[in-house]
Design a protein. Structure first.
Length: 299
């Protein structure tokens, strides 16, 4: 099996997570194992790794370079389930890379692509959960418009929602290509379906909800001085992570005349601005162009 995915911001992850010999780390979006392998080769005592994509976990267990390394603890779990599985272990560093892997994007049967005819799926974990087809069958126009607006900042969300549901209910949307055609033809570098597809994928997999639920839990799985590193790939995700980190750092995130926020500080923010890929990385891996890294340290 050929490994296709290039782990983004690899050197930056190692720097910000504070890798040290004998430390205990967690990689909650394992993918093809690039970040985990870097941690193990850098001297980690153990790395606890999870991925919600069963096919990724099974592939690494069969063919991964460090599949026999006793320091690797690999499990098929959503990252929101990690805190319960790992309890009571405490970690020196935890990583979340919220991007979709290259293999997921190009695998036709997964339904993430509109470059080929693919089923209306978009699930990260194909063993369970509703597909995007199920989503379209059950949503109202207002609910679909909210997905486009709140997940992807699309200003014409209501127009798009009405158009898509009308076509879907008429039976004209059977594949991802049919769905992509609703957004028009490519006129520039990016296809107009790219951002709406991302919004639908995020809804199918409840990605923003999982971020909100999980990040505060992970702080309790860190040792004092332990670090949480999160990589995002869209402004919606990045704003969500930034807001959660500010709240955990005891900063105001409300919009009231008199602040109602708790001033309790659980973490120190180590990235005043998000860290982005270098020009060298962008040249070698164009898919990394939208990546942003943020990091906090537990007080």
């Amino acid at each position: 099996m050929e490994w296709l995915h290039k782990s983004v911001l690899l050197n930056e992850v190692i720097d910000f997570i504070g890798l040290k010999t004998g430390g205990t780390y967690a990689d909650l979006t394992f993918g093809e194992g690039g970040h985990t392998e870097a941690l193990l080769r850098g001297g980690a005592k153990e790395v606890w790794a999870v991925d919600r994509d069963l096919s990724a976990v099974e592939a690494y267990r069969k063919l991964g370079a460090l599949k026999e390394d006793p320091r690797l603890k690999l499990n098929h779990l959503r990252f929101s389930e990690f805190a319960g599985w790992a309890n009571p272990t405490l970690f020196d560093g935890i990583l979340l890379d919220l991007g979709v892997s290259t293999r997921q994007l190009i695998s036709q049967e997964r339904g993430f692509t509109f470059q080929k005819t693919a089923p209306l799926d978009m699930r990260m974990d194909q063993s369970k959960g509703p597909t995007v087809k199920d989503l379209l069958e059950g949503l109202t126009e207002d609910e679909l418009a909210d997905i486009f607006y709140y997940n992807a900042d699309l200003k014409n969300s209501r127009y798009l929602a009405k158009k898509i549901l009308t076509e879907f209910q008429k039976g004209r949307i059977q594949t991802t290509q049919d769905l992509a055609d609703c957004f028009g033809k490519r006129t520039g570098k990016a296809h107009p379906a790219t951002v709406p597809f991302m919004a639908l994928r995020m809804a199918v997999n409840q990605e923003l909800e999982e971020i909100s639920e999980t990040l505060p839990q992970l702080i309790h799985r860190l040792k004092p001085g332990g670090r949480l590193v999160v990589i995002t790939f869209h402004s919606t995700e990045d704003r969500k992570v930034k807001t959660i980190f500010k709240k955990m750092a005891g900063r105001c995130i409300c919009h009231e005349l008199i602040c109602q926020c708790s001033k309790k500080s659980e973490v120190k923010i180590l990235t005043k601005k998000p860290v982005e890929p270098s020009s060298d990385e962008l040249a070698q891996n164009p898919r990394s162009r939208s990546a942003k890294l943020r990091c906090v340290e537990k007080i």
